[in-house]
Write a protein that binds this ligand. Sequence first.
Ligand code: FE2
Ligand code: FE2
Length: 445
Amino acid sequence: MLVNPSEQIIELLKLQQDVGYIGEPLSQLAHALQCADFAAQEDADECVILAALLHDIGHFCDPRAGAMLADGIDFGVHRHEAVGAEYLRLSGLDETIATLVEQHVNAKRYLVATRPAYAAKLSAASQQTLAFQGGPMLADEMLAFEQQARFTDILKLRAWDEAAKRLDVSLPPVSHYSAMLRRNKTQRLSMAELAFFATNGYLHIKDWFNATEVAAICAEVAQLQALPDSPGKWMKYYEHTARGKQLCRIENFLPYQPRLERLARGRSTLGLISELMGESAVLFKEKLNLKLAAGNGFAAHQDAPAFTSFDQHYHITMMLSVDETTQANGCLEVASGAHLKGLLAMNPDLTMTQTAIDQLSWQSVETQPGDLLLFDSYLPHRSAMNETDRARRALYITYNRQGEGGDVRDAYFSAKRAAFPPENERQPGMVYTGGVFNVGNPVDK
Ligand SMILES: [Fe+2]
Ligand SMILES: [Fe+2]
């Protein structure tokens, strides 16, 4: 059976639970988890967090690797940074992770050469291994080292490495990093997944974010919901339901929510969308659909006719399920494969005609919190109202091809604000139909 490299990495780390961290009174696993947690606490990129977790994997990923022996004492694998980096490359992880791991020993050699106080504070084991590792850096090595793109991260990683020697701290288990590993590979999707998307026009990826990560996303979304209506900033839209007027959508919020901004434009998300597009993807726009209890559904439509303002012809939307989405609360329904038919017959408001709707077969795609549903801008889709008494919230983040006009996000929201402003920015007596900015959705006009 083929072993999934990410799972193998997790298993390897688990095996280090009782293996001592060379010269220190804690296990390799405890050291790795502490190091990753320091990175996470400082809001480091996911690649940096994973490099922190995996920096010493060279000590235990290859049983054939030679040891550093001094006076009969085993100081671990010789050139463990290179052994580890090579293993991570072969496992298909993002090159940034391997590079950071590869440089963590050089960081020590650099700091010893540039900071006398650092050299004086090195642990006994670390002083012993320094000689094996090439000793303090020479001047020309230091210059080259400082020129690296990830110079700052490399030094931070070293600082966490040295601090990650605490005893009796309780941290998330190593399985917490499984989802993150999957998101930070050079190739995130299998050929089967790419083929499914090409044939069906959508792809459901389960558990892209784990429960802890979803809880953090939920907290961001709750903050977003609580923001007051504020002219010129985030754009809040309302609908009328059996329960009265309620918030149904928020747009243009990424400049005010840095964590969601990182989610939308982070390396792993852009990498994922780019794999589906077959070329570099760039963020087009973002929205949060709330579909609170009794919230209305969306009429059947394709996104493509609404996304033509900037002479663009292809988009992919990533729906991130914040709450579970079910048939009862109005999950997305798609006409699988119908994206290949091009633009279908439309009413003047750009929703699909009843005849066009009736000619397709529709299926519900139910999702769990943390799942993604990626879909092509030509895929017909719709959703029913929320019949439950709980919200059905989902983020919809849309991307265009870098080659089709590049980053037009700000221009898009300026145009939308002018044509279909949020309620608090509307002029009394004016009629706003929304046009291409309001297709198939239940927003109050
Ligand atoms: Fe190390
Ligand atoms: Fe270490």
